[in-house]
Design a protein around this ligand. Structure first.
Ligand SMILES: Cc1cc2nc3c(=O)[nH]c(=O)nc-3n(C[C@H](O)[C@H](O)[C@H](O)COP(=O)(O)OP(=O)(O)OC[C@H]3O[C@@H](n4cnc5c(N)ncnc54)[C@H](O)[C@@H]3O)c2cc1C
Ligand code: SF4
Length: 482
């Protein structure tokens, strides 16, 4: 039973790990939150009420067994806490850092509902897993039983592809992961900036996957370097986990001027610089915000990452324009607060209309918006306030309006591959199989731009579905041979 260690939420308040001061953290790309000390992690975990119906667990996409690993942490039984936590999550140290906990586990914590402040679930998850790495409890995902001869090809080394790779390798399959980038990790490596997720955290996982025998074929773009048909013939099953990369455009007069840039180009360049790579577009100034007046358009996580990157690059001013208000923005409120502390100015209810400049952008014409009647999705749609035009100085404009899927059937010369009307790859909700036999899909390319934790869940489920498919085929072949 939970015993005296738990239920301390009445006497102990919620405390997050310390955050570095805005002045200090604006100077580098290191994570902004410090680690919990052991005593603090135990103390915070002991606030859990061990309630009968843990809504935190229900609202975690991985259904992590949160109350149990909180109790084990409170009791100092960290190795057991880690074992339990990693049983449902391939990257607990990543989720502890980047999940929007306020919308998932912590937002549904019963202690939060009672007005005492949610348990700091994400921070404890990070602490437990970091301790596991330190103590050497994290082992490469080697096969638990015999090696299997069947080979699985995974397109995309983001969290969906990697989660599937780990689970399939543990089952003994020969796993090959293909990625067009030179480093694995997908958006964990090249999208999300280091101040949210330091890159060594991703790299050490990938190293342990390699040690377990997972093969990475990097700088290899399916549809260009290897055809999709060829890939299918090489493997017993294929998983499409390519994410969504087609940036939505701003449009409007002048939106094609140099200096109006795509969010991911900007973030990838910054992440590459942090790796020490030569990045001509950055070195020549195109994707470097230093000394510039920067306008970022959008209200999601990507926009928040862009504004905070610009601050760290030494921009003269950084403004974020979003057409709805603060309450209706899709990005995390925690990240908005962090950005404000670092000096970002938010222009709520504001939208761009045109861009001007001779050889490159120098100004944006913007308008004020107001919220009208709720649309079919229940959200009040923004409409332009008449006569509200105004000018903003701009040396760099970053478009962070979200992403759509690339046209895979066309790019891969695979017209039979079914997609949805949004362009995502159509896969059976449960089996994750597409309409092509032996071809599965997971992560953003299947569900649309989403979250790391959902990509992990999809990847794990796809791995189980692939195993069932390969087993059934082997069984059918055996029966036919008899
Ligand atoms: C800037 C930014 C910040 C974000 N911040 C957060 C956050 O804080 N918290 C959160 O939970 N989520 C966040 N997200 C969302 C999250 O990163 C994604 O939902 C998640 O990474 C999706 O995982 P995935 O494996 O499906 O795709 P990805 O991570 O996109 O990985 C797909 C991989 O496929 C590769 N690929 C694509 N096409 C091919 C091809 N033809 N051949 C070979 N390889 C190919 C790509 O190079 C890439 O490595 C953020 C997203 C962005 C863009
Ligand atoms: S994986 Fe995300 S949602 Fe689930 S417990 Fe961890 S931080 Fe919360």
């Amino acid at each position: 039973m939970a015993g005296q260690k738990m239920l301390k939420f009445v006497s102990r308040g919620r405390q997050s790990p310390d955050k570095r001061s805005a002045a200090e953290r604006s100077e580098d790309f290191d994570e902004i939150y410090q680690a919990f000390a052991a005593v603090k992690a135990e103390e915070q975990a002991s606030r859990c009420s061990q309630c009968g119906v843990p809504f935190c667990q229900t609202h975690c996409p991985l259904h992590n067994n949160i109350p149990d690993w909180l109790m084990l942490t409170a009791e100092g039984r960290l190795e057991e806490a880690y074992e339990l936590s990693q049983a449902t999550n391939t990257f607990p140290e990543v989720c502890g850092r980047v999940c929007p906990q306020d919308r998932l586990c912590e937002g549904n914590c019963v202690v939060e509902f009672s007005g005492h402040g949610a348990i700091t679930i994400g921070a404890v998850e990070k602490y437990v897993t970091e301790t596991a790495w330190e103590k050497g409890w994290v082992q490469p995902p080697k096969p638990r039983g015999a090696e299997r001869s069947e080979s699985i090809g995974i397109i995309g080394a983001g969290p969906a592809g990697l989660a599937a790779a780990e689970r399939l390798r543990r089952k003994g399959f020969q796993v090959v992961v293909y990625d067009r980038h030179d480093r694995a990790g997908g958006l964990l490596t090249y999208g999300i900036p280091g101040f949210k997720l330091e890159k060594h955290v991703v790299a050490r996982r990938i190293e342990s996957f390699e040690e377990a025998g997972i093969v990475f074929r990097l700088n290899c773009e399916i549809g260009k370097d290897v055809s999709f048909a060829d890939l299918r013939s090489r493997h017993d099953a294929v998983l499409i986990a390519t994410g969504v990369y087609q940036a939505r455009d701003l449009g409007g007069p002048g939106s094609g001027l140099p200096g109006v840039e795509k969010a991911l180009d900007y973030l990838i360049a910054s992440n590459r610089k942090s790796f020490g790579d030569a990045v001509p577009e950055f070195d020549e100034g195109r994707l470097d915000a230093e000394g510039k007046h920067v306008l970022v358009v959008g209200g999601g996580d990507t926009a928040m990452d862009c504004v905070r990157t610009a601050i760290r690059q030494g921009a003269s001013s950084v403004r974020c324009l979003y057409r709805r208000d603060r309450e209706n923005m899709p990005g995390s409120q925690r990240e908005v607060a962090n950005a404000e502390e670092e000096g970002v100015i938010f222009e709520w209810l504001c939208a761009p209309r045109a861009f001007s400049g001779e050889s490159r952008v120098t100004a944006m014409k913007a308008v004020r918006m107001r919220l009208g009647e709720p649309g079919p999705d229940g959200r009040r749609s923004p409409e332009e306030a008449p006569g509200s035009e105004f000018l903003l100085e701009a040396d760099l404009v970053v478009k962070a309006l979200g992403f759509d899927p690339e046209n895979l059937p066309q790019l891969w010369d695979a017209p039979d591959l079914e997609t949805t009307r949004w362009g995502t790859v159509k896969a059976d909700f449960r089996s994750k199989m597409t309409n092509l036999p032996g071809v599965f899909a997971a992560g953003d390319i299947m569900r649309g731009a989403s979250l790391v934790v959902w990509a992990i869940r999809d990847g794990r489920e796809a791995a189980d579905a692939i195993t069932a498919y390969v087993d059934q085929r082997a069984l059918a072949a055996g029966m036919a041979a008899e």
